[in-house]
Design a protein around this ligand. Structure first.
Ligand SMILES: Cc1ncc(C[n+]2csc(CCOP(=O)(O)OP(=O)(O)O)c2C)c(N)n1
Ligand SMILES: [Mg+2]
Length: 793
């Protein structure tokens, strides 16, 4: 039973519930209008230049107008954070417009350059979007991990907000529940006992292509029950609830209950007359039916039968306020109608459907909007402008409070100490660097948080976790240790722990990194998140990784082992395409060091980069192959070159016409081939590439600067390769797709022979697999010989 409507804490006591309801309903009406008009304007009013449909989702907006109005105009507080379903973007912008946080100009430019974004965007929208959405399911999922991160920040005393925990809210489409990542997140949330989480399902029973399965609500109920959420169903609005006690009331509600989703939608679209016909036939003989039908004309019958709670402000407020003081995760299943209040309501094809100009004109008239007053915040409403202005000024969500924090940066040394040892793998060295960081009690170490999807130990994070412990809201000792069962792993769970152990789902890893990587801004807690996984499974979490970068979360993803170098594991675990992913994701700097002194410098650089305003995230592609380490001590300039993406391991003789460029674990093959080549080409160069990504990005940027008139612009790679002769041959090699380095030829006039992995691999040892893929010493020598011969021709 829902709680009665009541005022919430901190709200103006003078404001009476009835009055509030009336004004909120007015605002809801305005929001419905503005969202519809924003889309209409973009499609039908604003001049089109390319003949392309602009699009927008009037029906998806209408479906969510009541729920979002209730949330933003009454229920939410400034420290709550929200993911709004992508297709309700115009509703969000309309609400922010009314609250003075969005401009009319941006609404007019909806979906145009610089205007309000198609889908809410944390980085591109001007009106303080908390979580970007677009790829359905991910915005929902990230709220769950944000609640975990909020707890982490609070329990580590790092959060800026003193006003208690905020709610992490998702206003989601019902079809988002088809996305697997939702269920992966739910299970993980259950394990971590997440709190202060609200998922509001806009249960319009329609997706893009049509109407969803009947009885879906039962499944929803049981999914959420299973993981300990409280489920609140908002089904009938107040008018239908009242009708229950009138003539044929119970029968009517039962008929709606049993009505298949597609029939209910179709009748909603057709109108009151269609409902009447069906009720007459299907409830024939029901006592009171005649009285019920006779007391309504078609319009009012339609209003009655479509009075679902998700469009009934009073019911919505009751449900939300009824749950307000409970920190248990809440799922609200709000029955709605896609296109409610529009001529598109209920039609199965309405997802991308737009009102045509005639329909819009009629809708505008029904909204009492005079010509020229389309953007007026108050036109067509019954409440007086002063009253509405006063109400909007008092909206709790809009109270003067910092919603985007800015946590100070943590100092990071120039480089971390280089792990000692003559033969080491980068993965092993990563573990040692983290282990050493864990030992001191530096400020830096206190702000690092690690996470891994069940590969903590196998990616060498064990040492860090032994010292820093696992994060858990509930303390739990290491039972194996207490029972004196010998193990090198010490897994104590506590609120102080600095490692978030996840189940295997890589989507969850990247959504956790997304939430951790925004914590400085969301909660004022500067965290330096480091997440480990096996490189091939970047593909598994790719959309979430992309999503994290899209909203400018800052993290370090350490992917190991990688490539075919993990040879015996076979084709299913050998990653080929990940270097190209590293290069092509914006705001992500991909590195593939071969040696551990490079790694130590890159990790320190990365932790600085993660904190810079115009920085980004970092992806380290590491290996389990132990390499003999060079005996050297890096200078600042060396480290600078390493972090810029490349250096000459052996500089070429000036004007020399041959060089080998390698990245990562194939260094020994490149070195061996280079040593052999020196007999024939004494000045041949050997280029160590540590980041194909930064090298490439900076090269493109320099080209753009030159095109813009800066003649002095020169990139690091141009300086390096400029030491070669014109037309020099370049053999590139890495354990990854050859396109990663093949572009080097275009940096100057160079002929590239690009070696790399193009085919799925199979189980074998390194000599076999390198030979199979043509990245061994012989293949490099063959490519160099062929390149030299081609030059002579
Ligand atoms: C990952 C992903 N796949 C497909 C789409 C295309 N798409 C956009 S909305 C939608 C259906 C959404 O239905 P629902 O979540 O129920 O939203 P509503 O009915 O409220 O519009 C689909 C398939 C998408 N945005 N993201
Ligand atoms: Mg839907």
């Amino acid at each position: 039973m829902a709680a009665p409507l009541r005022l919430v804490k901190g709200q103006d006591d003078a404001r009476q519930p009835r009055e509030k309801l009336r004004i909120l309903s007015e605002i809801e009406r305005k929001v419905l209008w503005l969202s519809s008009w924003t889309i209409h304007n973009a499609n039908h009013v604003r001049p089109a230049r390319d003949g392309l449909k602009v699009g927008g989702h009037q029906s998806s907006c209408a479906s969510a107008a009541t729920l979002l109005t209730a949330l933003y105009m009454d229920v939410l507080r400034p420290h709550d954070r929200v993911a709004v379903k992508p297709h309700a973007s115009p509703v969000y912008h309309a609400l922010m417009y009314l609250l003075g946080k969005q401009s009319q100009e941006n609404l007019e430019l909806f979906r145009a350059l610089g205007g309000a974004q198609s889908y809410p965007s944390r980085t591109k929208d001007a009106d303080d979007v908390d979580f970007s959405t677009g790829s359905v399911g991910l915005g929902v999922g990230v709220t769950l991990f944000a609640s975990l991160v909020q707890d982490y920040a609070r329990m580590h005393g790092l959060n800026a907000d003193e006003s208690g925990a905020g709610r992490m809210v998702a206003l989601m489409g019902d079809a988002e529940l088809d996305e697997g990542n939702i269920f992966e997140a739910l299970l993980e949330g259950w394990k971590h006992d997440v709190r202060n989480l609200w998922w509001v399902i806009d249960y319009n029973r329609q997706s893009l292509d049509g109407v969803v399965n009947d009885q879906l609500f039962q499944k929803i109920q049981s999914f959420f029950d299973t993981v300990g959420w409280n489920v609140v169903t908002l089904k009938y609005g107040k008018r239908l609830e009242a009708a229950r006690h009138g003539p044929a009331g119970e029968a009517l509600l039962q008929w709606i209950d049993e009505c298949p989703n597609d029939l209910y939608s179709a009748l909603t679209f057709k109108g009151g007359e269609a409902f009447r016909e069906h009720l007459k036939t299907e409830l024939q003989g029901t006592s009171g039916l005649g009285e019920l039908l006779d007391s309504h004309d078609d319009l009012s019958l339609h209003r009655l039968v479509t009075n679902l709670a998700g469009h009934d402000m009073e019911s919505v407020l009751e449900a939300f306020h009824g749950a307000a003081d409970d920190d248990r995760p809440q799922c609200f299943v709000a029955y709605t109608i896609k296109g409610f209040g529009l001529p598109l309501a209920g039609h199965k094809d309405n997802h991308a459907g737009l009102m045509n100009p005639d329909q819009m004109a009629a809708f505008k008239a029904s909204m009492r909007i005079p010509d020229g007053k389309e953007w007026d915040p108050f036109a067509g409403l019954e409440a007086a402008e002063e009253e509405l202005t006063e109400f909007l000024r008092e909206v709790p969500f809009a109270a003067d409070a910092v919603r985007r924090h800015n946590a100070p940066q943590i100092t990071v040394p120039k480089s971390f100490p280089v792990p000692s040892g003559t033969t080491l793998a980068t993965q092993q060295a990563f573990g040692q660097i983290m282990n050493e960081l864990a030992q001191g009690d530096s400020t830096l170490a206190r702000h690092i948080v690690t996470t891994s999807p069940d590969v903590t130990v196998s990616t060498n994070l064990g040492g860090w976790v032994n010292q820093r412990g696992l994060f858990s809201r509930k303390e739990r000792p290491d039972v194996f240790r207490e029972e004196k069962v010998a193990s090198v792993q010490k897994w104590v769970r506590s609120r102080d722990g600095q490692h978030i152990e996840l189940g295997i789902a890589e989507n969850n890893l990247f959504l956790t990194l997304a939430a951790l990587g925004l914590s400085h801004s969301l909660f004022g807690a500067r965290l330096l998140p480091v997440g480990t996984l096996y490189d091939p499974f970047i593909n598994r979490g790719l959309d979430s990784m992309f999503y994290a970068c899209y909203q400018d979360a800052r993290f370090m993803a350490v992917a190991t082992p990688s490539g075919v170098t993990l040879a015996p594991e076979g084709g299913a675990h050998q990653s080929i395409n990940t270097p190209l992913i590293g290069m092509s994701i914006d705001r992500l700097a991909y590195f593939e060091p071969a040696y551990v002194d490079e790694l130590a410098a890159i990790m320190a650089w990365g932790m600085r980069y993660m904190q810079e305003d115009d920085g980004g995230s970092v992806y380290l592609r590491l290996s389990t192959r132990a390499l003999e380490q060079p005996e050297r001590s890096l200078s600042d300039a060396d480290r600078q070159a390493i972090c810029a993406g490349a250096y000459w391991a052996v500089p070429p003789a000036p004007g020399c016409d041959l060089a080998i460029a390698y990245a990562g674990a194939v260094a020994p093959e490149a070195l061996a081939a280079h040593a052999e080549l020196l007999d024939d080409v004494p000045g041949a160069g050997l280029l160590a590439v540590t980041s194909p990504d930064l090298l490439h990005a900076e090269w493109l940027a320099a080209g753009k600067r030159r095109a813009a008139g800066d003649r002095t612009a020169q990139s690091h790679v141009e300086t390096l390769l400029g030491q070669l002769g014109s037309g020099a041959a370049l053999v590139t090699v890495l354990d990854g797709h050859p396109a990663t380095l093949s572009w080097l030829g275009s940096v100057g006039d160079y002929r590239v022979s690009a070696l790399g992995v193009e085919k799925f691999g199979q189980s074998s040892d390194i000599p076999d697999t390198y030979r199979l893929h043509g990245i061994d010493t012989d293949a490099i020598l063959d490519a160099a010989a062929a390149a030299c011969l081609a030059r002579l021709r």
